[in-house]
Design a protein around this ligand. Structure first.
Ligand code: SAM
Ligand code: GLN
Length: 307
């Protein structure tokens, strides 16, 4: 690395780190270098350019050195920063919890549309009851709480780390609950096994694990090595959680309640076939993401077969 004390200024460290990241094929070399340096110096990214001559303290140097080493080893930048922005909200993330993806914002948009229709058909002070399978960082319910009032969420996750992080994120945005009459409950456990059957929910939402088990090994290293496999692995066909949700949704949803799920870009066909085996759930719409890939499926509970 840089030799001699005098050369360790904000500018020299930044230039060196960008170059080092580029040589190690880090795609967003400049951005990542700025973010890690700003983290070590406890300042905003743009402030780095206001004081380029400032020398780094030994602690700051040590921090940058460690983070740069980890970034080059493939640790996602969001884990190093402890944060990822989702729906404009800086959510806490750490190793053991899935980093929320931009594609999932399409799911949030579509759920929001369904909630708006629900609100039109119900009195303004009525609470919309929503169950989520696999909340992870809590990204989806927290984004929805920033958009609406009178929502009540029951969010499950099998991972104790996810429940811990999601709870911290919900607290971080306290005003979304108290001031908006929204409520959220996180429940650690397997799928929806802890929820009693009995038509209680207006919506069921999920971005479940959907990658086929054998495809996990071909994911990019950052995901494969550093993100939790239990957040990604959807079983042999990738369909395990959809199969479960399609079986369980009719028992949990009110009549005409919605099941809104994210899916893999190439899963529309297999998901459609699976849905056909569940006569009380009707596929209403498949919505593409910004890249044009099928991404979200919206289904409605109808007590009688749609045919
Ligand atoms: N909802 C978050 C998001 O969109 O960013 C996380 C989605 S991640 C793809 C799937 C989540 O399901 C992970 O947090 C994982 O821990 C959780 N999960 C996996 N198996 C589960 C199970 N059997 N029961 C409940 N949650 C499970
Ligand atoms: N979209 C995620 C990825 O490509 C997968 C998330 C999931 O399985 N739900 O890594």
């Amino acid at each position: 690395m840089i030799s001699g004390e005098a050369q360790w200024t904000v500018e020299t460290v930044l230039v060196w780190t960008i170059d080092y990241f580029k040589r190690n094929s880090i795609a967003s070399a400049r951005l990542d270098a700025e973010l890690l340096l700003a983290k070590a110096c406890g300042c905003q990214r743009m402030q780095l350019y206001l004081n380029p001559e400032l020398p780094l303290t030994p602690d700051e140097r040590e921090q940058v050195r460690n983070d740069v080493k980890q970034r080059v080893a493939g640790v996602p930048i969001a884990y190093l920063l402890g944060e990822r922005e989702f729906w404009g909200l800086a959510l806490n993330v750490r190793s053991g919890v899935l980093i929320p993806r931009p594609d999932t914002e399409i799911l949030v948009e579509q759920i929001h549309e369904r909630i708006k229709v629900w609100k039109k058909n119900n009195s303004p002070d009525q609470t919309c009851e929503i169950a989520e399978l696999g909340t992870g960082s809590g990204a989806i319910p927290i984004a929805l709480a920033s958009l609406e009032k009178n929502l009540r969420f029951y969010c499950t996750d099998i991972s104790p780390i996810a429940i811990e992080v999601a709870t911290a994120n919900a607290r971080k945005f306290q005003s979304l609950w108290d001031e908006r009459s929204n409520r959220i409950q996180f429940i650690r456990g397997d799928r929806f096994e802890m929820l009693a059957s009995g038509s209680q929910f207006d919506l069921i939402i999920s971005n479940p694990p959907y990658i086929p088990s054998n495809d996990i090994q071909s994911l990019q290293k950052e995901v494969r090595v550093f993100e939790p496999h239990e957040a990604l692995d959807g079983g042999t066909s990738g369909m395990n959680f959809y199969d479960y949700l399609l079986t369980k949704a009719p028992l949990l949803l009110k009549h005409e309640g919605w099941l809104c799920v994210e899916m893999g870009f190439d899963q529309a066909e297999s998901l459609t076939l699976l849905i056909q085996q569940h006569s009380s759930m009707k596929l209403v719409k498949i919505v593409p993401d910004y890249a044009g890939h099928d991404r979200v499926a919206l289904l409605q509970h109808c007590k009688h077969s749609p045919q």
